[in-house]
Ligand binder design. Sequence first.
Ligand SMILES: Cc1cc2nc3c(=O)[nH]c(=O)nc-3n(C[C@H](O)[C@H](O)[C@H](O)COP(=O)(O)OP(=O)(O)OC[C@H]3O[C@@H](n4cnc5c(N)ncnc54)[C@H](O)[C@@H]3O)c2cc1C
Length: 401
Amino acid sequence: ALTMIRILSGASFKAAGGLLKDIQSRQLHGTYDIAVVGAGIVGLATARELILRHPSLSFVLLEKEKELSLHQSGHNSGVIHSGIYYTPGSLKARLCVRGATLAYEYCEKKGLPYKRCGKLIVAVEQEEIPRLKALYERGMKNNVRDLTIVDGKGIRDREPYCRGIMALDSPYTGIVDWRMVALSYGTDFKEAGGTVVTEYEVNDISMIKESPAGSTEGNNFCIITFSQGNELRCRYVLTCGGLYSDRLSQISGCSREPRIVPFRGDYLVLKPEKNYLVKGNIYPVPDPRFPFLGVHFTPRMDGSIWLGPNAVLAFKREGYKVYDFSAQDFADALLFRGPTGVRAQALDRDGNLVDDFVFDGGVGDVGSRVLHVRNAPSPAATSSLAIAEMIADEVENRFTL
Ligand SMILES: Cc1cc2nc3c(=O)[nH]c(=O)nc-3n(C[C@H](O)[C@H](O)[C@H](O)COP(=O)(O)OP(=O)(O)OC[C@H]3O[C@@H](n4cnc5c(N)ncnc54)[C@H](O)[C@@H]3O)c2cc1C
């Protein structure tokens, strides 16, 4: 199929602010070795890692939006997490700690702005102290750098307008514009010879019936069909669909579990004249009844201070307005008995929250040629370069590259 597709040039990624202006229409050549679906930070980091390891293979990155990383990767707290919270030995713990180091090194190397402004997790009630100490132990097991416990005076020394009785001090925690980082991964990918196409929504992944002309590989090709009706051939597919990861898995014939249930997180912004009140990230001690880190103060790279996010069931997966509504997404959300008041990411068949990152493939012709990133919630931005290393290893193991 001849497919006219919009291609982003490397130069367009580079011009921050004027990002993506330089969009050209070109023709996609018929067949690629690997197609990556979804140009969020996980898809971009992984496409970059794969092409750097395998420069002789042909790669295409497919994104349904007009621009890259408009969804989770462009709407987050912007924190470089240090790895405190996660179960020791979990993927989250390992990949966050390694990912934070790689992220700092990457930003340094590329000249991307970041601030290592630190973070306090503050206990304000006596009953929170055992949980704070347990978090400290967990952080130490995860090899989080420079973690200490400070008292009320230590809190005031670091955050003069913050009051608490005890806090975990994580000076290694930082902030960055994750979308800018994601776009920089895209530049690397493009410069290494990868093709990035936008406004192409994947709506089917199947096996090709007959072998492409000139191919010596028989019919070992997947065929990706776009919502416009046109198609693309490739040997292997990696999906990094964020809020649509379950649907991408399902259209390739793989399991739809775990499903994604979308929760909206709203932020408040401090009035600029009050910005002096907050220096670094200030978080509460997480409430064990909820799986998220809690509403927190976060300084942004532009100097503003955000407070949030809350967690409200969203009626639409990519709905950023309070009244955004999609009957299908809403129905999906109601299919699960999620714990009350919890911002969902992926939920398993029994309605339990899937805490860790999940990457899996399937069985059969298509399933054995596809790898899905199923659950990549926070801290997947921090972990993106480490996730990319792990997925690239997995792609090399599963597929004969
Ligand atoms: C409120 C909030 C705060 C957060 N704060 C932090 C933080 O401070 N630090 C941190 O490390 N992490 C944070 N995270 C987590 C982090 O932002 C995400 O884990 C990360 O961005 C996930 O990246 P992704 O590439 O998997 O998904 P996304 O960024 O959502 O990308 C998925 C892409 O796939 C595309 N796509 C989907 N379906 C198709 C299709 N059929 N065809 C083509 N393209 C498709 C989408 O358009 C999208 O561009 C936060 C997340 C949220 C929601």
